[in-house]
Design a protein around this ligand. Structure first.
Ligand SMILES: NC(=O)c1ccc[n+]([C@@H]2O[C@H](COP(=O)([O-])OP(=O)(O)OC[C@H]3O[C@@H](n4cnc5c(N)ncnc54)[C@H](OP(=O)(O)O)[C@@H]3O)[C@@H](O)[C@H]2O)c1
Length: 455
């Protein structure tokens, strides 16, 4: 298609430079940045559009728009990145259904931090917390990255002006998730990031494969592996909810990789098969088992917790989980606390089915169990998680990719749990399969990279 506008022409020039594969840094630095770019947005004046509907019936295809927005001004320590591909995370689902709160409240708060952050407080929100692409411009004070660098971005945005964030950047009082609590996210042709979000793109992966692990892989790393989370060790029994889903598919690989014993919970034979293909042997199909942890909206059923615990022991030869990898929340949390081993850990990063958890505290204190809260990952943890991908020790779990224009459908699939692993989004990349720079390494790892395809 011939470019019709200046924006389309300039975007085409950027894409051609990336596709060439050997464009020098100076040329990237001289490419004109378009004044506007294509992006997936939600609108502030639509934040009430789903009022009165059940969560399940709130349809991201209605609230997500694909439109041209103004290119933001570049600040110190920042970069503008040409986004080749991005991915759907559950946070984009939350944004699209305006739950638990509209993300415009985050943008308003961020806009008050400084003169520069005021850029983020707009009547539209460019969403998305993953990307793979190429650096086009860097702001003042950036030395480590330059135009032309092929990168992925993790989604931790910090200011680090307070002392609290300097041991663990996740503890920075100004910690935010880029593309969720900040504007100019990754589901777009361009993105604005802080350069301490950037990491090298693994050379053996396509753009869409490289974009897909970021948020969930880093989160699973901190939650399960890092000393800030469960500090998993060899031989640990790890109960993993949603083991073929976004977070769970990485947690399962990390458990196997680290010599632990994953017990994978899924909801269909296809998902069980995916877990087997990753190398897991102990799998529970929660749908086939028909667990009913709640008798009604108020009361849980300890007999069902016991039945679940017995199934775990049957698979493990009588052992209880050292670690429970929690994220479904309200529906499963009582069971998770019950089945964890004496002295074990329940490490949680989410509450997909409801954030008011209840559990029988006697099982926690009498058995000396611990509940640990975990949220995303600091730069070091995200870097380590990306390094595992680069080394071919952990693999992307991409099952399907959509073009940018169909991001609403992609988010709908994740919202309705119709997907496997990760769902990708092609941004500037005109088709799947582009961006591989190390074909020999890819050939070696291909069966593992393709495990989630066409399931
Ligand atoms: N704090 C953080 O930094 C962070 C980071 C990433 C994600 N999250 C949150 O973590 C949650 C999961 O994210 P994700 O990317 O893994 O999503 P996902 O791709 O949808 O996978 C979650 C899986 O959990 C299982 N599940 C869903 N509801 C369940 C229920 N009621 N009972 C038991 N299992 C259930 C489903 O697997 P089966 O149907 O096969 O059982 C589903 O595939 C979301 O709420 C997300 O916002 C938080």
């Amino acid at each position: 298609m011939q470019p019709e506008t200046a924006m389309q022409y300039e975007t085409a020039q950027i894409l051609a430079a990336i596709q060439a594969g050997d464009t020098p840094a100076e040329e990237f630095a001289h490419l004109k940045l378009p004044d506007s770019y294509r992006a997936v947005t939600v609108h502030a004046d639509e934040a009430e559009m789903f009022d009165g509907l059940a969560s399940r019936d709130k349809d991201p295809r209605r609230s997500l728009h694909v439109e041209d927005v103004a290119t933001p001004e570049l600040g110190p320590g920042e970069a503008i990145v040409a986004v080749m591909a991005s991915a759907i995370n559950y946070n984009s689902v939350w944004t699209s259904i305006f739950e638990p709160v509209s993300t415009f409240s985050f943008l308003r708060r961020y806009g008050k931090v400084s003169e520069l952050t005021r850029r983020h407080d707009l009547p539209y929100h460019v969403i998305g917390s993953d990307l793979a692409g190429v650096v086009l411009r860097t702001g003042p004070g950036v030395n480590k990255w330059k135009p032309g660098d092929e990168v992925v971005a993790h989604c931790l945005s910090v200011e680090l002006e307070d002392a609290e964030g300097h041991d663990d950047t996740m503890l920075d009082p100004q910690q935010r998730i880029w593309g969720f609590e900040t504007n100019f996210g990754g589901l777009a042709h361009l993105a604005l990031v802080k350069t301490n979000q950037l990491m090298p793109k693994p050379a053996h992966l396509t753009w869409e494969e490289a974009a897909s692990p970021g948020l969930v892989n880093s989160t699973a790393y901190r939650q399960l592996v890092s000393k800030n989370g469960a500090a998993m060790k060899q031989g640990d029994v790890v109960l993993i909810w949603g083991a073929s889903g976004g977070l769970g598919s990485y947690a399962t690989q990390m458990a196997l990789n680290g010599g632990a014993i994953p017990v994978c919970v899924v909801s269909s034979p296809d998902k069980a098969q995916i877990c087997r293909s990753m190398g897991a042997e102990l799998i529970i199909d929660r749908a086939a088992e028909g667990y009913r942890f709640w008798k009604n909206a108020e009361e849980q059923d300890p007999k069902e917790w016991q039945r679940f615990g017995s199934k775990i022991r049957e698979l493990t030869g009588g052992e209880d989980p050292d670690i429970v990898f929690e994220h479904p929340g309200r529906e499963t949390f009582g069971a998770s606390v019950y089945v964890a081993k004496r002295g074990g850990q329940i490490v949680t990063c989410a509450s997909t089915s409801g954030f008011q958890h209840s559990y029988d505290n006697r099982y926690l204190w009498m058995n000396l169990k611990r509940i640990i809260g975990s949220h995303f990952a600091n730069y070091r943890e995200a870097w380590e998680a990306n390094r595992l991908i680069d080394k071919g020790m952990i693999h992307p779990t991409l099952s399907k990719s959509y073009p940018l224009e169909q991001t609403g459908q992609a988010a709908y699939d994740v919202h309705r749990n119709l997907h496997q692993g990760k769902v990708g989004v092609l941004c500037l990349a005109p088709r799947e399969g582009l961006g591989v720079r190390d074909a020999a390494k890819r050939d070696r790892l291909l069966p593992a990279i393709n495990r989630f395809r066409n399931v």
